[in-house]
Ligand binder design. Sequence first.
Ligand SMILES: Nc1ncnc2c1ncn2[C@@H]1O[C@H](COP(=O)(O)OP(=O)(O)O)[C@@H](O)[C@H]1O
Ligand SMILES: [Mg+2]
Length: 414
Amino acid sequence: MNVMRGSGRGGDDPNRREQVLAFVSDDTSESIVRAVIAELMVPFANVQRGDAMAAGRYLASHRSPRILIVDLSRSDLPVSTMAGLADVCEPGVAVLAIGDRNDVGLFRDLIGLGISDYLVKPLSRDLLSRALGGLLEGRPETTGTGRGVARTGRVVAVVGARGGVGTTTLAVNLAWSLAEGNARRVALLDLDLHQGSAALMLDVKPGPALREAILNPDRIDAQFIERATARHGERLFVIAGEEAFDDDIPLASDGVSRLVGALKSQFHYVVVDMPDVTQSGTQQVLAEAAAVVVVGEPSLAGARDCTRITNMIRIQTPRQRVLVAVNRIGAYRRGELSEADFEKALGRPVDVRIAFDPVHALEDANLGHPAAARSGSLASGVRRLIDEIGGSPAAGVAQRGGGWFTRLLPGARA
Ligand SMILES: Nc1ncnc2c1ncn2[C@@H]1O[C@H](COP(=O)(O)OP(=O)(O)O)[C@@H](O)[C@H]1O
Ligand SMILES: [Mg+2]
């Protein structure tokens, strides 16, 4: 039998997360890996016979393990093989590579990709035990050689230049499209703990966990995140609250950045529906973001608000990537600024324009479906936004085209 399950629970649930998943391509390595896993009493491990290509196929349809052991010895181009594998893996997974080439250059390249360690065959039971033991305890450097850089997901902060411009609509549709269209694991974090509407738009329940995380950051760990998020579809996870108005929850505590940090290690994208950014505590999220999307409306006041917010972000976090999205174009015929006038007032080009689309935006929001699920201005605007933030689909998405893994991993033999 391939699967060892110490805890006896789990079955074939694709959402169950293994502690250790190993793909090895020869008898000797397999028995050493099994022996070390037994010796370390890993509670939920899965050892399979196969190469990196098999690992990639498995990862495209299952949750990533905490630790992945992958055998690169059948790969002609192990570095590109590994880079391709990283693309189907969730961020934050510790990877232990094994191979048959004793080559310092290869070792250095793999470590540069974020691999925790590279062990050369024939596997030494002792070395593997030290490397794996260290990873299980969260120490990646036990063999004294590995120095992998942890990969993390990307934070996208969506900020409204003022209320009612469609910030939540855009954040929800962006998160949904990254999860459904691009097949990424996405967390949608609504930081308006009192009046947030992201959960409502997706018809999932807000819960007390967000408040708890902010007030007691020490409780935030992987299990906490599992419990705190409400799931929509397969890959979109929402974390939102609905607290009493008189309950003052200080975003300025380090709870918010700890939470965002924890989410980054489990999700490819963390989309944050931001509250008013003049509120203290929001700067930490902006500073963490790979991109900030400022949403405005095409009026004179809208242009002024957009300018003020983008300037403020530029002063606070000067190297930040800021994108401006103008939404609800055509909603206010009178007094609406032309594209040229808006850009003149803003002093920079607008990145994404989204027309007012009352049918899809309203109907779908009430039904708990994101409008981006259909064609229309919101869907195409969101796609533009994804292009701008550099969101490439997960490798598995190309699967429909056939032969994806061979294309993705030029070094992997069929
Ligand atoms: N492009 C759009 N077309 C039509 N209605 C939109 C569009 N964007 C947002 N809306 C609608 O505008 C209202 C405010 O949107 P919301 O996302 O809640 O704004 P905010 O979060 O900025 O307060 C909602 O009723 C929403 O459905
Ligand atoms: Mg909102």
